[in-house]
Design a protein around this ligand. Structure first.
Ligand code: IPD
Ligand code: CA
Ligand code: CA
Length: 268
């Protein structure tokens, strides 16, 4: 993909995520009327997630018909599709990240769109419609919040700020508890926002000094990973093994925190 092709996709994705944000926000304002379905333990979804994903899927398919797509709400079918076609460009999308917050009226959720090209994240965009904040990055060109450059926190120790910690019932609680016990023993502090994607954007913006989650999916984190790398932070190799299709742990933050945060994780 040459730089013009990438810029065209970035510009398109920027206006698309704002449009998707506006649709999601309309649903948010009338969320009492939404029927909630349960996908698993503490894992909810509504028509809002599906409609926003459909909008993004349709618009990308029209504009870039050869590109592949992986969205949370139809992930199994999407994975089978791009695997079968050996697709080089794959858009990886979470239509609403922080769905439990969204459905409970907490204005801290977002939309996440990333573009993977031959296994490398080239574009990452995260939009928080309730606060009108758009985090966006292109590989090699830095990370932006509402078009202004952002950078990772200047943290030398876990005592220098707050670390986001995510958890889902896809894994056993001890993974998370082990990390928390060590972090707190060292005088650190944690935040669990309920939106992994937005937490990663906050790491890129220097609001959090790091983030850990024992299992996260690609649609939750690819855009955030690029934002953090472009903002000068460190992220472990999330895509190793079959991370794209099956997810992996994620550990990231300010570079000086890498050894100590790695030590807090339960050995695999
Ligand atoms: C979830 C959120 C949550 C994280 C989970 C995700 P969803 O995504 O990002 O913070 O801990 O791993 O599944 O269901 O709100 O899109
Ligand atoms: Ca998600
Ligand atoms: Ca979601």
């Amino acid at each position: 993909m040459n730089s013009n092709e990438r810029q065209a996709r970035f510009d398109f994705a920027k206006s698309l995520i704002l449009k998707a944000g506006s649709l999601a926000h309309d649903y948010f304002e009338r969320r009492e009327a939404l029927t909630i379905e349960h996908k698993g333990l503490q894992d909810v979804v509504s028509i809002a997630d599906k409609a926003v994903e459909q909008l993004i899927r349709d618009e990308l398919a029209t504009a870039f018909s050869k590109d592949g797509f992986l969205g949370e709400e139809d992930a199994e079918r999407d994975i089978a599709n791009f695997s079968a076609n050996a697709t080089s460009h794959i858009w990886v999308v979470d239509p609403i990240d922080g769905t439990a917050l969204f459905l409970n009226g907490i204005p801290s959720w977002c939309i996440s769109i990333a573009l993977l090209v031959d296994g490398e994240i080239q574009l990452g965009l995260i939009y928080d419609p309730c606060n009108n904040e758009l985090f966006a990055a292109q590989k090699g060109l830095g990370a932006l919040l509402n078009d202004k450059p952002i950078s990772i926190a200047d943290a030398q120790s876990v005592k220098d700020g707050m670390i986001g910690v995510g958890f889902s019932h896809r894994v056993k609680p001890n993974t998370c508890l082990h990390f928390l016990e060590h972090l707190l023993n060292d005088g650190g502090m944690y935040v669990r926002s309920g939106s992994g994607a937005l937490s990663l954007a906050y790491v890129a913006a220097g609001r959090l000094i790091g983030y850990y989650e024992p299992h996260i999916n690609a649609w939750d984190c690819l855009a955030g990973i690029l934002l953090i790398e472009e903002a000068g932070g460190w992220v472990d190799d999330f895509l190793s093994g079959n991370g794209l299709a099956q997810g992996n742990p994620i550990l990231c933050g300010a570079k000086p925190l890498k050894p100590v945060m790695s030590d807090y994780c339960l050995p695999e």
